[in-house]
Design a binder for this molecule. Structure first.
Ligand code: 6PG
Length: 256
């Protein structure tokens, strides 16, 4: 059960494969429950490298009729400022590893226009699309059934990086910003949209993330303060922090 106070559940699995499998089962359960309850599942997927294993598992398990994939609306929690066919594109990676293998109608797949000439305008348009497509919860913010996130070694989630204006954005739900550490622009969900979700999965594996995981889950408020991931706390939802032992090796939690 999630922690009663924070709505946070920390899961440690021995390997990255087991962590990905746990995340896959959680996603499938959320899809089933959402479609049963509302006839649709609003899902936002993450880029980077960590989720590729998870997407491959979902793709390989996607047998006819196993899940109501046709009732899933797919959005993306961030995107790089590149065309969709660029090797760095999150959408391109997710399309190759998952979307080409599950029967989701193309009309229900909504890539971010992160290669728009005017990125700020593109972000505003994407926010409008989210507002039109996803029913609002309390406070009038669209409430995703599940938002999948990875975490960088600096504790960034989606493209909410330290020292990036997206970190302090509390009005816009989707924004575009220049990321100093990358020297590039990104489009991203902001924390208000992320924290309106019913479920957020933070999937973090590998010993290169152990320091930021220890800072995120530890008691050192100073260490947590600078971590964008520490701002992920879905008010009326559940945060699933899914780790492998390598990412969790600085914290005192045993694999289950
Ligand atoms: C991106 C992702 C980003 C990612 C983290 C972790 O566009 O890169 O959305 O937020 O989740 O950077 O990346 P890895 O999974 O590659 O470690």
């Amino acid at each position: 059960m999630p922690d009663a106070e924070t709505g946070r559940r920390i899961i440690v699995k021995q390997t990255d494969d087991e962590a990905a499998r746990f995340a896959a089962e959680t996603i499938k359960t959320v899809i089933r429950d959402a479609v049963d309850a509302r006839g649709v599942c609003w899902l936002a997927l993450a880029g980077g490298t960590t989720p590729r294993r998870l997407y491959g598992i979902l793709a390989r398990q996607a047998t006819a009729g196993e899940l109501s994939w046709g009732s899933v609306e797919v959005f993306f929690s961030d995107e790089r400022d590149v065309p969709q066919d660029d090797v760095a594109s999150n959408f391109g990676m997710i399309q190759r590893t998952l979307l080409d293998h599950v029967p989701i109608p193309v009309t229900r797949i909504h890539p971010m226009p992160a290669d728009a000439a005017d990125l700020a305008e593109g972000a505003a348009e994407y926010e409008e699309l989210v507002r039109r497509s996803v029913d609002a919860g309390e406070g009038g913010i669209p409430r995703f059934d599940l938002i999948l996130l990875g975490m960088g070694g600096d504790g960034h989630v989606a493209s909410v990086f330290p020292d990036c204006e997206a970190l302090t954005e509390r009005k816009r739900l989707v924004t575009a910003c220049f990321v100093p550490v990358l020297g590039r622009r990104r489009m991203t969900f902001t924390l208000p949209l992320i924290n309106a979700a019913r479920h957020v999965i933070l999937l973090v594996t590998g010993d290169d993330k152990a320091e930021s995981v220890a800072a995120l889950l530890g008691d050192d408020e100073d260490a947590r303060r600078d971590l964008p991931a520490a701002g992920v706390a879905p008010a009326g939802g559940t945060l699933w922090v899914v780790l492998d032992e390598a990412a969790a090796h600085h914290i005192d939690l045993q694999a289950e």
